[in-house]
Design a protein around this ligand. Structure first.
Ligand SMILES: Cc1ncc(COP(=O)(O)O)c(C=O)c1O
Length: 416
């Protein structure tokens, strides 16, 4: 509630909506109000067209032929790596490995790096804010390798307890794996500071940027992290494509995660040597069209400008928090300090299950998420089993927030 808008928006969400065909449809007879962007974003026409265009005009396998279509596909797919690299300030496109999503990216690192570099007694530090995809793979390693998982907590305001950080780091800490922006609270964590602290004890740092990269300008060199992961579908790209950024030496030293075609340099029955980066980690025929679509999504985001997107969402966030605070039957989680947030608000309505809230909003064409948001440890810590969640993106408007809150008022009345 103490958040202040730092700069006026220069982005017109009404115009932007025209780029997204889904907003032409109606849901339950009403115009679609899509407030479930933390789950996945909608796709602009340019991304949809790029998929259509690829299959109509270029479809073929990459790295496998001298014919024109194969050459074109290879160039387009590599180009997409370059766009992602540039987007996050990576020096070389070969530092970008395409995966299916953030979950697969973290698994790749757990298997490719963790399995071969961690030993009994080593420690990993995560936070209580993590999405399950940044908890469960490390539990697999804990059980296989006998490592310990330490956890940095949150305070009652929804911020990480940074004062506890030095006490949780030691020369035993080999990896700090931390969520950049919370998919439950919206809190943006100070990953640069956390990275600096982790480096003091020689730990590697992995940033889960799934919820930050759609909204914030990210520079991996500025953060100083070793790895960063994200999902394309939350940043206007297609589903089934995500990526890892990794530092060259680390990726070169790492074992592959998947073995087979395309990830090899030379195969004999006795022995195989690995392909160069990033192909060493992209075994088999990859999601070529997904990668190309992600590259086009990056173009779209860069055209609008991440600063404009962030400022617009901040304006929506402040507006929504102020409006929701007018009703004492709406309980909002987090957002109790002026720390940086993305446009995510988890809330509950007194006496009504969030699934009922989401179901009744849907009757009015309003899409929100309800559930545990794949962050059960955090939900438990905040004493909520389930919550409803609205999450904003560049095409959302204040009128949509008004309509959502008006509908919440009607739902509350109905249940009384
Ligand atoms: C913070 C965070 N990390 C990771 C993920 C996993 O993303 P995906 O399901 O695309 O692998 C999510 C998905 O919601 C998320 O919010």
């Amino acid at each position: 509630m103490e958040k202040l808008i730092k700069s006026a928006t220069v982005l017109d969400p009404h115009l932007i909506k025209n780029d997204f065909p889904v907003f032409k449809r109606r849901v339950n007879g009403k115009p679609l109000i899509y407030l479930d962007n933390a789950a996945t974003s909608q796709k602009p026409e340019s991304v949809i067209n790029s998929i259509d265009n690829y299959y109509r005009n270029h479809n073929s396998n990459i790295h496998r032929g001298v014919h024109t279509l194969s050459y074109e596909s290879t160039v387009m797919y590599e180009e997409a790596h370059k766009k992602v690299a540039e987007f996050i300030g990576a020096e070389d496109w070969r530092n970008i490995i395409f995966t299916r999503n953030a979950t697969e990216s973290i698994n790749l690192l757990a298997y490719g790096w963790g399995l071969h570099n961690l030993k009994e007694g080593d420690e990993i530090l995560i936070t209580i804010m993590e999405h399950h995809s940044n908890i469960v793979p490390w539990q697999m390693l804990r059980d296989l390798k006998g490592i310990k998982i330490n956890v940095l907590g949150v305070d009652e305001k929804g911020n990480l307890k940074l004062d506890d950080l030095p006490g949780l780091l030691s020369e035993r800490t080999k990896l700090v794996s931390v969520i950049h922006a919370s998919n439950v609270l919206g809190t943006v964590n100070p990953v640069k500071y956390i990275t600096q602290e982790a480096k003091k004890v020689g730990a590697l740092v992995l940033i889960d940027a799934a919820q930050s990269i759609p909204h914030l300008s990210i520079d991996v060199n500025d953060i100083g992290c070793d790895f960063l992961v994200a999902s394309g579908h939350k940043m206007l790209g297609p589903t089934g494509i995500g990526f890892i950024y990794g530092r060259t030496e680390l990726l070169q030293d790492m074992e592959p995660f998947m073995y087979g075609g395309d990830m090899i340099e030379k195969v004999t029955i006795e022995k195989t040597t690995w392909n160069e980066l990033p192909w060493k980690f992209e075994a088999g025929t990859p999601n070529i069209v997904g990668g190309i679509g992600l590259g086009v999504a990056v173009d779209y985001l860069q055209n609008i400008g991440l600063t404009n997107i962030y400022n617009h969402e901040e304006e929506l966030l402040v507006y929504a928090l102020e409006k929701m605070a007018e009703y004492d039957w709406i309980k909002i989680y987090g957002h109790k300090s002026d720390s940086q947030s993305v446009g995510v608000i988890s809330f509950n309505i007194e006496g009504i299950h969030p699934h009922d809230v989401a179901g009744m909003l849907d009757e009015q064409g309003i899409a929100v998420r309800s559930g545990h948001h794949c962050a059960q440890p955090l939900m438990r810590e905040l004493s909520m089993d389930f919550a409803a969640r609205v999450s904003f993106y560049l095409y959302n408007t204040k009128e949509e927030i008004d309509l959502c809150i008006e509908t919440l008022k009607k739902i509350k009345k109905l249940f009384e």
